[in-house]
Design a protein around this ligand. Structure first.
Ligand code: URA
Length: 311
């Protein structure tokens, strides 16, 4: 227990030359930390032994997609002989945490509130595990603006609905403003992982993070709608004129929390439709699933490149 307290006293970890902070003095007083939503504890599980080798954490919305990504990256890294990646959060059906060698593949559900819970527990997990030099990615889906569906966007800027790079949240009745500062080197490196021979395009762009899939993204096909098609198109054009390439629901919280924790992080999403062409996702499921592998391919190349450099 003393060792644990000592570990908590120094609530930070060195990741390469980066220092990830837990930013919470209260943790120093805990004798046990239950990572409730992933059914893991820093006392009941040997987190160092289980996760100490983790270098990359890839987040995505659906658990089935993250299971597929874990299998894919396991194959890419030549780790298939270890068997299918295990879901370490198997005791809960809230989130999934698959591990394939140095890569965690984690589901975050939909929207920043769901992302924020698992993000915080994963930051604590890598801290307790004593991980070094960790990079986080969100590999997701989005609606595109004037891009061919199936295009991958690496977010070089993330903004809220008012086009500000700021994640606002209410804590104890006060609005806290968290800057969403993108790691430009990581963005460049990721974008450079695209190949001329790819059967999809990869671009850099501004990602708008909305609070909702329907009205929040200007759709007119939700259960509620108080705007007209014309207003929707004027808004979409305004976004496009301001450099917005795609819309989704987590990038702002993800980038702001990476920045706050001093973790290197980037967002890489495929566009599932062009919002200038419509609101509904009518493309067949098989093609949509194939498109969802495109950002995984880009991130997997980055991971392999970094692992090769360090070996
Ligand atoms: N995810 C979103 O948030 N919006 C889309 O249009 C597609 C995926």
């Amino acid at each position: 227990m003393d060792a644990l307290k000592e570990q908590n006293q120094d609530a930070k970890l060195i990741t390469g030359n980066r220092e990830v902070r837990l930013n919470n003095e209260n943790l120093k007083r805990l004798t046990e930390d239950h990572l409730y939503h992933i059914a893991l504890s820093n006392v009941q599980h040997d987190l160092r032994q289980l996760f100490g080798d983790v270098k990359f954490v890839c987040f995505g919305g659906q658990s089935s997609r993250m299971e597929k990504f874990a299998s894919f990256i396991s194959k890419e890294l030549g780790l298939e002989d270890n068997g299918p990646p295990k879901n370490y959060a198997g005791n809960t059906d809230r989130y999934a945490v698959y591990k394939a060698g140095p890569v965690l593949s984690v589901s975050h559900g939909i929207g920043i509130p769901s992302l924020s819970i698992i993000f915080q527990e994963i930051v604590k997990l890598v801290y307790y595990a004593g991980c070094r030099d960790v990079t986080f990615f969100r590999i997701g889906t989005s609606g595109g603006l004037g891009l061919e569906p199936g295009t991958v966007v690496v977010s070089e800027r993330v903004v809220n609905g008012a086009l500000e790079p700021s994640y606002k949240m209410v804590v104890l009745g006060k609005t806290i403003d968290r800057p969403a500062v993108v790691d430009t080197t990581l963005v460049e490196d990721l974008a450079n992982c695209s190949l001329n021979s790819d059967n999809f395009k990869t671009v850099k762009g501004t990602t708008l993070c909305a609070d909702d899939f329907y009205e929040g993204q200007g759709r007119v096909d939700g259960a509620f709608c108080e705007h007209e098609d014309g207003e929707k198109f004027s808004w979409l054009r305004k976004l496009k004129d301001n450099g917005v390439t795609n819309m989704e629901m987590e990038s702002l919280g993800f980038i702001a929390m990476c920045h706050r924790a001093n973790i290197k992080g980037a967002v890489c999403c495929v566009t599932l439709l062009d919002r200038f062409e419509g609101d509904g996702l009518t493309t067949n499921r098989q093609l949509l699933s194939e498109w969802q592998t495109f950002p995984q391919i880009i991130v997997s190349r980055y991971i392999q490149q970094k692992l090769n450099e360090s070996s």
